[in-house]
Design a binder for this molecule. Structure first.
Ligand SMILES: Nc1nc2c(c(=O)[nH]1)N[C@@H](CN(C=O)c1ccc(C(=O)N[C@@H](CCC(=O)O)C(=O)O)cc1)CN2
Ligand SMILES: NCC(=O)N[C@@H]1O[C@H](COP(=O)([O-])[O-])[C@@H](O)[C@H]1O
Length: 224
């Protein structure tokens, strides 16, 4: 099998449909590794009492990042779990899982979180762990989605919000939006235009998930 192709779900996995719903405002833990402008878009919306999503904690894999400072300024609890403080990757994964679970989230959202999570995390938050990626998946997965799209020479790229599975950026897609690549774009200018779209897509989609719930069946995610 081509190793870059995700395993196809079995017939049993395909027919299994799991429905998710939140009781009251959706409790969301956001994971970050950097500047956290996507997080800020969510914090700005969730400061309104009418918005049906609440950021209950922000977690990171490193200290000293602006994403954590944004959470602190907003009065949101933070936690840091660094891989190097744990015996191995599996122990780190369990520690990250427990740190998120303490906040009893309905959803965990990676917004610029640059670590792959493992089996424990995925088992605990199956169907409830989302990632925002700066490319139109399944094109340009991984850590350099913007650079890879530019180098390939595509004329249109964009962003994808998806339910994370065990692959790298292979999970069922919730929402996507296209962004034009301009002839004079460099990585920074293109990424900034993508992020402007990404922030709105994240906020709007989380609102819909919180209001209506969602169902995951095989590769399909639907919001009724
Ligand atoms: N199991 C999964 N975990 C995560 C996914 C996913 O699809 N499956 N998406 C990410 C975010 N992501 C891109 O969208 C991504 C993050 C990190 C990596 C990666 O190779 N990271 C290296 C470390 C790099 C570093 O620390 O600078 C690693 O994890 O060792 C690839 C893709 C959220 N998690
Ligand atoms: N593979 C993961 C990845 O590339 N994530 C990307 O990091 C940026 C975070 O921006 P921010 O720190 O300004 O919110 C976003 O574009 C997000 O999609």
């Amino acid at each position: 099998m081509n190793p870059s192709t995700p395993d196809q779900p079995s017939a049993a996995e395909h027919s299994k449909s799991t429905r998710f719903a939140t009781a009251g405002p959706a409790r969301v833990v956001v994971l970050v590794s950097g500047s956290g402008t996507l997080l800020q878009a969510l914090l700005d919306e969730t400061s309104s009492p009418d918005f049906p999503v609440q950021v209950v904690a922000v977690g990171a894999d490193r200290d000293g990042i602006e994403g954590l400072a944004r959470a602190e300024r907003a009065g949101v609890p933070t936690f840091v779990r660094r891989v190097k403080d744990h015996a191995d990757r599996a122990e780190w994964d369990r520690a990250l899982t427990e740190a998120c679970a303490e906040h009893e989230p309905d959803l965990v959202v990676s917004a610029g979180f640059m670590k792959l999570v493992g089996a424990d995390f995925l088992a605990r938050f199956a169907g409830r762990y989302l990632n925002s990626h700066p490319a139109l998946l399944p094109s340009f997965p991984g850590m350099h989605g913007v650079r890879d799209a530019l180098e390939y020479g595509v004329r249109v790229t964009g962003c994808t919000l998806f339910v994370v599975d065990a692959g790298v950026d292979t999970g069922p897609i919730l929402a996507q939006e296209a962004v034009e690549v301009r002839p004079d774009d460099d990585e920074a200018s293109l990424h900034e235009r993508i992020k402007a779209v990404e922030r709105r897509l994240l906020v709007d989609t989380l609102e819909q998930l919180a209001l209506h719930g969602w169902t995951v069946q095989g590769r399909k995610v639907s919001i009724p």
